[in-house]
Ligand binder design. Sequence first.
Ligand code: HEC
Length: 181
Amino acid sequence: MSDHHGKPPTTVGQFIIATLGGLFAPGLVIFMIVKMVMGIQNGHPQDQDAAAAEKTVVERIKPVGEVALKDASAGPAAAKSGEQVFNEVCIACHGTGALGSPKFGDSGAWGPRISQGYDTLVKHALAGIRAMPARGGNPDLSDIEVAGAVAYMANKAGANFKAPEAPKAEAAPAAAEPAKK
Ligand code: HEC
């Protein structure tokens, strides 16, 4: 007895359609976001590969230049501060006063030595004196490094010596050259 094709949608039917539609739309958005993220993730390894490849190439090229640089600046770059030299070498004896050496920071022991003057102390440190080995036993130390360590130790025991500045760039290689020829 009805002219209508089927019944007009019930509220339940509307609800279901609305719900399905409501789920579908966000679902589509989520799907697209996931696709996008995966696309980004897929893209990244390639970027990293490219960056890594570039790094590898740069690293392969680099050592040649580095070696040359190190050679060119070996003298000044290697110059250690008086404190460094003391901590690496002189401390072995002067840290404790071993072998009758003037102990670090002991102004009583250093006083008479300091009164000899900085130049004399440096000369003795370079050449050695009695139980004090030349350059503290480390022939690799430069004059300036030894002089710096002398100033560092003496100053900690009351002196006011001014250590020679390590010459930048030129002086050290120039000084080393005549020895090589
Ligand atoms: C193997 C132990 C030893 C080491 C390492 C050592 N010294 Fe000495 N040093 C001595 C002794 C021992 C004396 C005391 C020598 C003496 O007057 O009989 C001395 C004395 C000195 C003096 C005083 C010299 C003088 O004319 O009175 C200076 C300066 C000095 N050392 C500097 C250094 C410096 C700088 C270093 C590190 C680069 C160093 N020493 C490392 C043992 C050492």
